[in-house]
Design a protein around this ligand. Sequence first.
Ligand SMILES: O=C(CO)[C@H](O)[C@H](O)COP(=O)(O)O
Length: 218
Amino acid sequence: MRPIIAPSVLASDFANLQSEVEMLNKSQADWLHIDIMDGRFVPNISFGFPVMEAIKKHAQKPMDVHLMIVEPELYIERFRAAGADTISVHIEACNHLHRTIQQIKATGAKAGVAVNPHTSVSLLEDVIEDLDLVCLMSVNPGFGGQKFIHNTYRKIEALKNLIISRNSNALIEVDGGVNEQNAPLLLEKGADVLVAGNFVFSAADPIQTIANLKNSTK
Ligand SMILES: O=C(CO)[C@H](O)[C@H](O)COP(=O)(O)O
């Protein structure tokens, strides 16, 4: 099966956000990946509800929202109201992960959990059946344009085994440093969703670059 491609709007030209979103509408992108950073969970601040709502006004594809914030449970309903179709919270930011996953599902959004490079996927063992998505961070979160962390391949395999053993429907998303070179091996290991920021938006032809990622084969 072809991968789901989710370009990260974080790497787009914010001064021309409408045309960037229209470009994604025309492209083979499946989802728009929306990175929310609070300056506390990660050492960077991206954007919040008004920008997300502006994106939603023009987007013709689902919004995949990655919350890099502390206490995400305080804002789940607002992100859903702002247009999130999938909401991922960080396992490292949740004291009551099971409750937060149920809270996301109660809004009607798909529920995801994001996992930092240092966090073992084995910690998802008791919630994997409840998840629609696991976002494996292949860079330390907070910034686009970083180098892909190689250990991610091993984590995809471990996560895939966990998903199969628990009969879970969770998709495996890889986020950070994804490009045309590493995409085939990511897919071979079991990735379903590829997030790409700089690789797409710095390309001379982003539409063609998205098509190339979409056509990556195992
Ligand atoms: O979550 C993120 C950063 O925390 C970004 O989505 C991720 O880094 C993608 O950007 P790039 O493809 O440029 O690495």
